[in-house]
Each structure stands twice: as C-alpha cells, then as structure tokens.
Design a protein around this ligand. Structure first.
Ligand code: GLN
Length: 300
C-alpha cells in the first residue's frame, strides 16, 4: 500500500494541496478496497494492493489530474450522514444544503414534540405526518434526507430532468425510503392530479448563480457540473424564486413554511420577494461561512 500512496501523492502534487491529497488518498483507497478503515489502520495491517486495485487507482488519479470532481469519479458522495449516488446529471450535494436540511429538521422536530406535549393549538398547519415538496430535487439529497428523518411524511421531489429523477429514485432505494418523484417544469402550470392540494413544507435549492458570477467559479464546477442546475441569467436572477413563491401561494397550507437556498448576492432580494408576494416573516439566514444562504418564509 505504501507504493500506492506514494504514487497518488506524486501524481497529484502538481494539481492539489498536500491536505487535499491526503483526503483524496483516503477516499480512493476506501473506495477501491471497499473499506471504512483509516489509512493508518490499513498500513498497520500490512494491506496489499492487488493488480486490479492498482489499475483502478491509476484510472481515478488520471481523472483527478483533469480536475474531475472525486464525487463523479467514484459515483457517490456523503450528505447528511447518508450515501448518495451522483452522476454529471446532478449537482454534487453541498455542505450549505446540509444546513438547509438541518434547519427544516429542527423546525419540524420541535413542532412535533410540541404537538406531543401540549394540547394548545399549534401555529403550524398540520400535526404529523408532514407533507413536503422539494422543487428541483436533483440527486434527491434534500427529499431523501427529510424522508429518512420523518418516516411517516409524504414527500414529493420534482425535477425538470428525467436523468436527474432516475438518479434520485435510485438514491431513494439505496437509502430505503419512499419519495414520490415527478417530472415537471415549474414554469408551466401543474397538471391536475400531479401533486396533493397542499403541503406543510416546500423546499428548494434552485439554480441561482448568475452568468456574471461564472468567472469566479471553480473551473471544475464549470467543466463538470450540470449548468441546468446552476445558472440563471443576469437579467432575471430571481426567476426561480418567483415561480417557487407563486407555487407556494397555491399549494402551501395556511402557516406552511417555505425554505429556499440562495446565493449570497441575492439573499436580501429573495427575502424581499417573499414579503412582496404576501408571505410573512421572510427571514434571511447565513451559512457557517457567514454568507447569506437561506430564506425561510411563512404563508399567511
Ligand atoms: N452552491 C452552489 C455553488 O455555488 C450552487 C447551487 C445552486 O445554484 N443551487 O456551486
């Protein structure tokens, strides 16, 4: 194994920082050798790398040299403690989106426990089971993580891309949850019968990076991730939030909540948009890096 680790380091040094190479080496070896053990433990155990494993390592390393994201090379990634398959048809789930899921989980859990403890009326539309709609579900990471946390919830995942929905549906099976996947373009009217009449929660991480922000993006995001899931025009950067807010006006229950991820440049404008549309308490929240990232609003 020492030889393989040396090979990975030497080949990647011109392209990545030491720290990142150590992290990549761990992921490569864990994947190729199907183990969760740390490199230190494998080294102590005297783990041998077979010729087939060596070939796989060489193939992965040569793709990393072209800056392909490790998640697409290995075909999987971790999100909210679960493993998700990813292909270039879906965005790689980001840590900011885990924060979005975590906020929904803690809001809904505290409402659940309040409903168990007290007979006072809740300021939330419905006691459990929740009904949730995830718009632009991609890999399904938000919908599936919520389904895992709220097993009795009814969860819908919408996407315009059939390829994304097939990744999402495989991910639901892999994680042992049921989510209803529907192909739909949110700029078109919802066909009757496609969705339930009302939801407790609507969530979305829509495309929000403007064309003019492209220049500051990492080259590998631009080269490998689906532009359909990332970009909006400079002329109308809030186009998805308009459609999501309108859908919420039709389909959210009274006092139902809507949660959206936003880019840091347009967080304030997104919160203002929800207020203009008649929502209340549109709250802008920051991610752990301190960037404006989430808007949570409530329907009157
Ligand atoms: N957070 C992602 C990025 O900056 C963008 C996600 C999105 O557009 N919804 O790469």
């Amino acid at each position: 194994m020492q030889n393989s680790l040396r090979y990975i380091r030497e080949q990647l040094l011109p392209y990545y920082q030491e720290e990142e190479i150590r992290h990549l080496a761990q992921r490569i070896i864990s994947f190729v050798c199907s183990t969760d053990c740390s490199l230190e433990i494998l080294r102590c155990k005297g783990k041998e790398i077979s010729p087939d494993e060596r070939n796989q390592i060489e193939n992965i390393v040569s793709r990393l040299q072209r800056h392909e994201p490790i998640q697409y090379i290995l075909g999987e990634t971790e999100f909210y403690g679960l493993t998700f398959g990813v292909t270039s048809d879906v965005l790689i789930p980001r840590p900011e989106t885990e924060e979005l899921v975590d906020l929904i989980v803690s809001d809904c859990r505290s409402l659940e426990s309040r409903s168990l403890r007290s007979s006072l009326p809740l300021d939330f539309p419905q006691k459990t089971p929740l009904t949730v709609l995830d718009i632009g579900t991609g890999s399904g990471c938000i919908a599936i993580s919520l389904a895992k946390c709220f097993p009795s919830a009814t969860i819908y995942g919408l996407d315009v891309s059939a390829a994304a929905l097939s990744v999402a549906s495989a991910n639901a099976k892999r994680n042992g949850v049921a989510v209803r996947w529907e192909m739909h373009d949110i700029f078109k009217p919802i066909p009757s019968g496609l969705l339930p009449a009302t939801f407790d929660v609507i969530v979305s991480n829509p495309p929000y990076v403007t064309e003019s922000e492209k220049a500051q993006m990492e080259a590998n995001v631009l080269a490998y991730e689906p532009h359909l899931a990332l970009f909006v025009s400079d002329d109308n950067p809030l186009v998805f939030y308009h459609a999501i807010a309108d859908l919420g006006l039709q389909r959210l229950k009274h006092l139902g909540r809507i949660y959206v991820e936003t880019g840091s440049l347009y967080g304030k404008a997104t919160a203002a948009l929800f207020l203009q549309k008649g929502y209340r308490e549109a709250q802008l929240m920051q991610d752990i890096s301190g960037n404006d990232r989430i808007v949570r609003a409530r329907k009157i």
